[in-house]
Write a protein of this length. Structure first.
Length: 273
């Protein structure tokens, strides 16, 4: 049946504009899902203890028995005014996910509690502000990573964390037994020194890697941007006094965001992981 031509061309224009507006309003979590799907990653919702987590998975035939675990940065804990917590802390820039996609190894990306639309009954703004590295956050992520490692029959784990994900990488590695290496980029390794440096309120509900009394028997490599004003190198000095075996590499031309993605392959080759 022939459909008559619309006598109201403006209606089509409104529909198109509205569709574009809706696409532009997609949440950061939806955008990350779409990006992961386009890269061929498998998505699962994995229950931790006590939170649930988005997990993306990539399989590779290289490096059998070894699993890379990628942890994202803090995202946007605070609203644009800086005075009130954000309603959704999910990052706009999933750098750790892009690093995972660029890594030729079996890998998982484990999202943080309450991020990427996993706002359960236990979630509150504390879990992405002052308690972003709290004991229950670490414990929940440990339970997910341990379960995924067993499911994938991984004998060795390499945990890679960007920014606040690097903070969590260290805290998580302390609670697992099969860690081969921890790699961080722009990580906040001493949250007290970092808060003091910026004149921020202390993250009083969080664990501080620089204050840990636990041993670090695994290899650890920490890349710091020479131009990083978000997490300056000086704020991590106490951590490296506490763990002198940890290797620190200052990348002179890097800041907090640039240019970890473009440098990633050369950094991996340098570490021979």
């Amino acid at each position: 049946m022939h459909r008559p031509r619309s006598s109201r061309p403006w209606l089509s224009i409104i529909i198109i504009v509205a569709s574009l507006a809706l696409a532009g309003c997609a949440s950061n979590g939806v955008r990350i899902d779409e990006y992961a799907q386009s890269a061929g990653l498998q998505k699962r919702i994995v229950p931790g203890a006590p939170y649930s987590h988005v997990v993306y998975e990539k399989r590779s035939a290289s490096r059998p028995g070894r699993l890379f675990v990628f942890l994202e940065g803090d995202g946007t804990p605070w609203g644009s005014s800086g005075m009130h917590p954000a309603t959704d802390p999910t990052t706009r820039n999933p750098l750790a996910l892009r690093l995972m996609i660029a890594t030729d190894a079996s890998s998982i990306y484990v999202a943080r509690p309450c991020y990427q639309s996993q706002a359960g009954a236990l979630c509150s703004a504390d879990r992405w502000t002052g308690g972003r590295y709290a004991d229950d956050v670490v414990a929940s992520m440990v339970s997910v990573i341990d379960a995924e490692a067993k499911r994938l029959q991984a004998r060795q784990l390499v945990i890679v964390g960007y920014s606040g994900g690097g903070t969590l990488a260290v805290l998580i590695a302390e609670r697992l037994h099969n860690i081969d290496a921890v790699v961080t980029l722009g990580a906040n390794l001493d949250i007290d020194a970092w808060a003091e440096h910026h004149h921020y309120l202390p993250l009083s509900q969080s664990l501080n890697p620089a204050s840990s009394a636990l041993a670090h028997p695994w290899k650890e490599f920490h890349f710091i941007g020479g131009k990083d004003a978000v997490v300056p190198a000086v704020t991590a000095d106490l951590y490296f006094k506490r763990y002198p075996q940890a290797q620190r590499f200052v990348v002179d031309d890097a800041d907090h965001v640039c240019c970890w993605e473009s440098d990633w392959q050369s950094l991996l080759e340098r570490l021979q992981l």
